[in-house]
Design a protein around this ligand. Structure first.
Ligand code: ZN
Length: 191
């Protein structure tokens, strides 16, 4: 990727060749450093320096790694989950299914009372778009007791403790303006 950036910046037109180079060029185009030409070549746009591009690319890689780490953490939770697996999986994909289904291994081993599911007084519906000052926009995935799981677009999964969410106003509806209830101690909000 550094090599491709340097070559392009030096004015060499590059025709994508090989998977690794294509990946590098796609990323350069995503970052705005390069542009695809009608003929299929790629041209350096000059919008960024090579150093800027490498820094932006590292940041992008770090974001992707962070999302992947949180995804793996959720998979571990799934493996260790002792409640309804169907409910866990569906809520992982953002569907509101309280369960238990009565058919998964956990339900058969320890039958559970129906619908411990989503508490009645949750602040956001499952599937709702929310904003956190720290992690940006995300989608409410599931509730589990006093925890809410949010899939943030740029930071992956976060499990938040509901009383803290309420007390500090950690989440607000996405797209809402700043005219809601006042948020004192905004700076103290991040953990
Ligand atoms: Zn089940």
């Amino acid at each position: 990727m550094g090599k491709a950036a340097a070559a392009l910046a030096a004015g060499e037109l590059t025709e994508p060749d090989g998977r690794q180079q294509i990946a590098a060029l796609v990323r350069l185009a995503d970052l705005g450093a390069a542009a695809w030409q009608a003929g299929g070549e790629v041209r350096w746009t000059g919008a960024l320096t090579v150093a800027d591009v490498l820094a932006a690319s590292d940041a992008q890689t770090e974001r992707e790694n962070e999302i992947e780490r949180t995804r793996l953490a959720m998979m571990r939770h799934y493996a260790e989950h002792d409640g309804c697996r169907r409910s866990f999986l569906l809520s992982y994909f953002g569907q509101d299914y309280p369960g238990p289904c009565g058919n998964c291994d956990n339900d058969r081993e320890h039958p559970q009372p129906p619908a411990a599911g989503v508490p009645a007084d949750v602040p956001f519906a499952v599937g709702a778009r929310v904003v956190s000052e720290r992690w940006g926009e995300g989608t409410v995935q599931r509730y589990d007791g006093d925890q809410v799981t949010v899939l943030f677009d740029e930071h992956g999964y976060r499990e938040l403790y509901l009383p803290v969410v309420a007390e500090r106003g950690l989440l607000r509806p996405a797209g809402a303006h700043e005219c809601g209830p006042p948020h004192p101690r905004r700076a103290a909000r991040d953990r």
